[in-house]
Design a protein around this ligand. Structure first.
Ligand code: GCO
Length: 450
C-alpha cells in the first residue's frame, strides 16, 4: 500500500485565523472583524486582531514549513485586505503581502494552493446585501480577476470557496458564525445560490485570465456517513445517506456538490425545500457547474449509520467513552476511506483532502516540548485509511493537514489547538509539536512508514 509518487503532502490555514493585522496597512473590515465585536459571539470575547501575527511572521512560518517538509501550503487570501471595500480600489499593501508570501513559498520549494474565500467577507459588501445581493457573483468575479492578474504568473492551484455549508449555514442560517444572521430558508438558499454562481464565475475568470495553466477546485465540507459493516446493504445505506438532503439545514453534500459537479440541485432537496427554492435560470446552473479540475473535501469524521427496526436509516449510537477530540468530534478514521470512495464514485473528480486534523489540549511539557501523541495516533489511523482507498485506485491527489499552526478557531477563539505548530499567544513563540516531526517522516517516506 502506498501513495502515488506525486502525492501532495501539505498543511492548511486561513487568512482570518492566522494573519492578524486586522486593521493594518489599508486592510478593510471583514464580517469576522465585526462578529468578534458582538457580545457573547466568541469565546472570552477573543478576536483575530493579532491571531498568529502571520502577516508579520510569515517568513518565520515558511522556515518552519520547510523544516516540517510540507510540499504545499494551502492558505486563503483576505478579500478585504486586497480590496478594502470589496469592490473598486485595490490595496497595494495587501497585494504586496501576498506577493511576498508567494515568493517566500516558491523560494522554499513549497507549492502555494490559494483559497480565494475562507469566510472573511468584506464588511462593506455585507452592508450592500452580501451574498443576498444579485451582484455578489459579479463582485466575487472582479475580486478573482484582481487576484489572478497579480498572482497567477506564479500560482497554478486555486480553490474558490471553502465550505459553503458553513459560511452560508452557520453564517446566515444559525448565526453562530459571521455575519451572525438568522435568515429564513428562502433567503438562505438565495445566498447559497449566489455563492455557487460566484464560484462558477470565479472558475471562468481563472480559466480566462490565468497566466499559467490553472488547476481549479472547490472545498466543501465532506459530510460522510459510514457503514457499520462491509455488507453490501450496509454500504448502500451509507452511500445513500451520504448523498441525501434530510432537513432544512445547509448540512448536506449534494446541494453544494451536485450543483457544482453535476449541474443540478438534488431532487430530494428541491422537494424538501419546496417553495423556498430560489428561481434560477439554466444559464446560472451552467455557470455554477463550470468544469473544475478537482474536488476538495474537508473531512474530520463521519457518522456510522444502520437500520432501525423498520429498516429505515438511522445514525448508530456510539459506545460510551468513544474516542473524541477537544472539539468533541468522534475519532473515525474510516471517514478517510468511505469519504473519497463515495465522492469519487458520484463525481468522478480527482480528490484532495483539503482539511483533516484534530483539536487537542496541547501545552509545552516540563521539557519544553509539545508532546501530542493523540494527534500522532489520530493522523496515523486516518492516513492508513486514506492509503487504503488510494490502493483501491481512487485518485486522491493530496492531503492538507488542518492546521499548520494553532489558530483562531472561529467562535471557539484560541481555545482549540489544531496546529502541527504550537503558538504561545503571549509572545507569538512557535514550537513544532511532536506531530510535526512525525508528519515530516510521513512526507519523507511518502506514507511508507505508516
Ligand atoms: C472548517 C474550516 C476551518 C476550521 C477547521 C476546524 O472546516 O471549519 O475550514 O477554518 O478551523 O475545520 O474546525
Amino acid at each position: 500500500m502506498t501513495f502515488s509518487t506525486d502525492f501532495i503532502w501539505g498543511a492548511a490555514s486561513s487568512a482570518y485565523q492566522i494573519e492578524g493585522a486586522a486593521y493594518a496597512d489599508g486592510k478593510g473590515l471583514s464580517v469576522w472583524d465585526m462578529m468578534c465585536r458582538k457580545q457573547g459571539a466568541i469565546y472570552q470575547a477573543q478576536n483575530g486582531e493579532i491571531a498568529c501575527d502571520h502577516y508579520h511572521a510569515f517568513k518565520q512560518d515558511v522556515v518552519l514549513m520547510k523544516e516540517i517538509g510540507i510540499r504545499a501550503y494551502r492558505f486563503s487570501l483576505s478579500w478585504p485586505r486586497i480590496i478594502p471595500g470589496g469592490t473598486g480600489e485595490v490595496n497595494p499593501q495587501g497585494i504586496a503581502f501576498y506577493n511576498a508570501l508567494i515568493n517566500e513559498l516558491l523560494e522554499n520549494d513549497i507549492i502555494p494552493y490559494i483559497t480565494l474565500f475562507h469566510w472573511d467577507y468584506p464588511y462593506d459588501l455585507y452592508r450592500r446585501g452580501s451574498w443576498l445581493n444579485h451582484d455578489s457573483p459579479k463582485w466575487f468575479a472582479e475580486y478573482t480577476k484582481i487576484v489572478v492578474n497579480n498572482f497567477s504568473d506564479r500560482v497554478e492551484n486555486w480553490i474558490t470557496l471553502n465550505e459553503p455549508q458553513c459560511f452560508i449555514g452557520l453564517g446566515h442560517q444559525t448565526g453562530i458564525h459571521a455575519p451572525g444572521d438568522k435568515l429564513d430558508l428562502a433567503e438562505v438558499l438565495i445566498a447559497g445560490h449566489h455563492a455557487l454562481v460566484a464560484h462558477g464565475r470565479s472558475v471562468q475568470v481563472i480559466r480566462e485570465y490565468a497566466k499559467r495553466k490553472p488547476s481549479i477546485g472547490y472545498a466543501p465540507v465532506g459530510i460522510i456517513k459510514m457503514p457499520t459493516t462491509d455488507a453490501m446493504e450496509d454500504v448502500e445505506r451509507a452511500r445513500h445517506a451520504t448523498f441525501s438532503v434530510n432537513d432544512s439545514s445547509c448540512w448536506n453534500n449534494t446541494w453544494w456538490m451536485d450543483s457544482v459537479l453535476l449541474g443540478r440541485y438534488p431532487e430530494d432537496g428541491l422537494r424538501l425545500y419546496g417553495d423556498a427554492v430560489p428561481h434560477f435560470s439554466t444559464d446560472e446552473m451552467e455557470t455554477i457547474s463550470t468544469p473544475i479540475d478537482f474536488l476538495g473535501s474537508n473531512i474530520y469524521n463521519g457518522a456510522y449509520v444502520t437500520a432501525d427496526q423498520d429498516g429505515n436509516c438511522k445514525e448508530a449510537q456510539l459506545y460510551n467513552g468513544f474516542a473524541g477530540t477537544a472539539m468533541d468530534w468522534p475519532v473515525t478514521p474510516e471517514a478517510l476511506y468511505w469519504g473519497p470512495k463515495f465522492l469519487y464514485e458520484r463525481y468522478k473528480k480527482p480528490i484532495f483532502i483539503t482539511e483533516n486534523g484534530m483539536a487537542n489540549t496541547d501545552w509545552p511539557s516540563v521539557d519544553g516540548k509539545v508532546h501530542d501523541p493523540q494527534r500522532i495516533d489520530f493522523l496515523h489511523r486516518y492516513l492508513v485509511q486514506l492509503k487504503r482507498i488510494c490502493d483501491e485506485g481512487i485518485p486522491v491527489k493530496g492531503y492538507f493537514q488542518w492546521s499548520l499552526t494553532d489558530n483562531f478557531e472561529w467562535s471557539f477563539g484560541y481555545n482549540k489547538r489544531f496546529g502541527l505548530i504550537y503558538i504561545d499567544y503571549r509572545d507569538q513563540r512557535r514550537i513544532l509539536k511532536e506531530s510535526a516531526y512525525w508528519y515530516q517522516q510521513i512526507i519523507i517516506s511518502n506514507g511508507g512508514c505508516l
